[in-house]
Design a protein around this ligand. Structure first.
Ligand code: COA
Length: 419
């Protein structure tokens, strides 16, 4: 048995944020029914295409374990079918632009009237307020949520990160909201509306930077490199380069081969607890007791000198040799792994974090599997559905349409060309 077995999700999501949420729910066993515009489908099916004619990796990697029905709820027959889906499902998830669902005639009030037990979960760019009507994509959320202003180097422009904290991050937040609402429904018998704004999701992940914003009132942020360099702070949290966010000095340092390999680097943290071991490992044992080096606070204005010396040492070995040498001493280091290296890591396939998925149109591809492991709810990653692959199956098996009624719906065009 899977954790969410028996839970039916009406998946009205598209692009990235919503689909990551419903994909997680599908992996935990929910029956996820993806509703797509007839003949077109989720726009990502045909974005960043690498195999002509086939669904893109953008789409396939975000829509595993789902079923697809083509449906246009803007037609009279389509409205009837969507109403039946709302009646049948436990959760409706959507990430349309603000107002789009209302314009289809499916406001939260109407949805509740159709099915008082349904949970309606929405992702929008912003919560209620002056920006509530804006359409929002990943990088806009990263900028509005405080991530971009605090990422990058002090003397460079704000930076967005490669991790999709606005889209996939908010999808994760929404998934937690949905299972929490399902849990509450067990006791209350009622559904509810679950909302996650991308700005809020990013800000939640950038929480430590709001911490630092308030600490600024009490004086400079001593763990930021600029403090040791004697550079004054302004009135907002600055970009901290590759400083560690947790108060322990840390940097990204070059390793052997950095001249050719853009990822021949390691992260290196010099926690107070392992300072003596760092000194021994890099061949500076006298730093353990030397004035100006022995105490963490005294080292703050010498971090550039200290990390330069550590880098001289890390440059004598590969990032993996640095890891192998430092780990036995509990010195926290981490190799900068390229996506190529990650994709070649057999250990990640063994745990199901990476999976090879067969696909009828594009052949086998590699995807990230379920990153959350449940000991009693196994995940088998299944390929994403082709557009409208399950239209007939959903109309008949889930909604109970048969005979002339089924024929009429199909003939109306509301559900695309049914195979
Ligand atoms: C992502 C986003 C910017 C995309 O905008 P978009 O491509 O213009 O798509 P919209 O959500 O506005 O939907 C476009 C239209 O398609 C229509 N549509 C969607 N599914 C349909 C279907 N199955 N049949 C018929 N029409 C459909 C919508 O009703 C809407 O029409 P309307 O504006 O005339 O009422 C926007 O959806 C958004 O801001 N979403 C919330 C935030 C979010 O999740 N952003 C991150 C995405 S990764």
């Amino acid at each position: 048995m899977k954790a969410l077995e028996g839970v039916k999700i009406l998946d009205f999501t598209h692009v990235q944020s919503g689909p990551t949420c419903t994909q997680l729910l599908a992996w935990f066993g929910a029956d996820v029914i993806k509703v797509e515009r007839p003949g077109v489908g989720d726009a990502t099916r045909k974005q960043l295409v690498d195999v002509p004619g086939a669904d893109s990796l953008y789409f396939t990697m975000l829509n595993h374990n789902k079923r697809s029905i083509e449906l246009n709820p803007k037609t009279p027959e389509g409205k009837k079918v969507l109403t039946r889906l709302v009646e049948e499902c436990d959760v409706l998830v959507e990430n349309f632009a603000p107002g789009a669902l209302d314009r289809m005639g499916f406001s939260w009030e109407n949805i509740q009237t159709i099915n008082p037990r349904i949970i309606m979960a929405s992702i929008k760019g912003f919560g209620p307020g002056k920006y509530q009507d804006c359409k929002v994509y990943e990088n806009v959320a990263q900028c509005a949520g405080g991530s971009a202003s605090t990422t990058g180097f002090r003397d460079g422009p704000p930076l967005v990160t490669g991790a999709q904290i606005g889209d996939s991050g908010t999808g994760l937040h929404l998934a937690l909201g949905i299972v929490t609402a399902l849990f509450q429904r067990e006791k209350s018998g009622r559904g509810q509306k679950v909302s996650a704004a991308m700005q809020d999701g990013v800000l939640n992940l950038a929480r430590v930077k709001l911490r630092d914003q308030q600490r600024l009132a009490a004086g400079p942020l001593e763990e930021y490199s600029q403090f040791g360099e004697g550079i004054p702070f302004g009135d907002a949290v600055p970009r901290a380069g590759n400083d560690s966010g947790g108060g322990q000095p840390g940097r990204i340092l070059k390793c052997k081969g950095w001249e050719q390999d853009p990822n021949a680097y390691t992260y290196f943290i010099i926690q107070a607890a392992i300072w003596d071991k760092v000194c021994d490992v890099i061949g500076e044992p006298e730093w353990k007791t030397k004035d100006g080096f022995a105490k963490p606070k005294d080292r703050l204005d010498k971090l550039n000198q200290i990390f330069d010396r550590i880098e001289q040492w890390t440059m004598t070995m590969t990032k993996f040799e640095v890891m192998d040498t430092c780990n036995p001493h509990d010195i926290p280091v981490g190799p900068i792994l390229s996506m190529k290296e990650i994709m070649e890591d057999e250990g990640l396939y063994a745990t199901g974090t990476l999976v090879k998925v067969p696909h009828p149109e594009r052949g086998e591809y590699v995807s990230v599997g379920c990153p959350i492991k449940l000991s009693d709810s196994d995940v088998k990653v299944e390929r994403s559905p082709l557009l409208g692959e399950h239209t007939r199956q959903i109309l008949s098996d889930v909604l109970g349409y048969a005979g002339t009624e089924l024929d009429e719906i199909i003939a109306s065009g509301a559900v695309g060309e049914v195979k």
